[in-house]
Ligand binder design. Structure first.
Ligand SMILES: [Fe+2]
Ligand SMILES: [Fe+2]
Length: 138
């Protein structure tokens, strides 16, 4: 389903956007993705895969909400575009979870897919949002 080139799932400073709270949340997100990969490596598919997939979905939704509230509060001009990007990722994530629950998609593939989309999103939308928030002193 992912059409973008696969990204390394490990956090690195090249993903930093320069806004402390957003960077902190992105690090947490990458941490959960790493944990999902570790679950697969150490325990194989199936053991706590539902738990870690649930954590991923929950954190993505929570993180998007944080950015969306920040955009609304700061009257961010590119808000509609950024919101649409979040909605597109959320739709894919929920679709992926459904397929995972149905046994058609592995945690590994889910983690790779999410890391890829999130990394591209961070480098584009989140980087622009962070610069705006920093300039606005938020
Ligand atoms: Fe975002
Ligand atoms: Fe983000």
């Amino acid at each position: 389903m992912a059409t973008l080139p696969l990204m390394d799932v490990t956090w690195s400073d090249r993903f930093a956007v320069g806004h402390p709270e957003i960077d902190r949340q992105h690090r947490v997100l990458f941490g959960i993705i790493d944990r999902a990969k570790a679950v697969v490596e150490h325990q194989g598919e199936g053991v706590d895969s539902a738990g870690v997939v649930g954590d991923l979905v929950k954190y993505v939704v929570q993180h998007f909400r944080f950015e969306e509230e920040a955009m609304a509060a700061a009257a961010y001009p590119s808000r509609a575009d950024h919101l649409a990007a979040h909605e597109a990722i959320t739709r894919k994530v929920l679709f992926f979870r459904e397929r995972h629950v149905g046994g058609q998609e592995s945690v590994d593939a889910f983690a790779d897919f999410l890391a890829t989309w999130v990394a591209h999103h961070i480098g584009d939308h989140d980087r622009r949002l962070a610069a705006f928030l920093n300039a606005a002193g938020r």
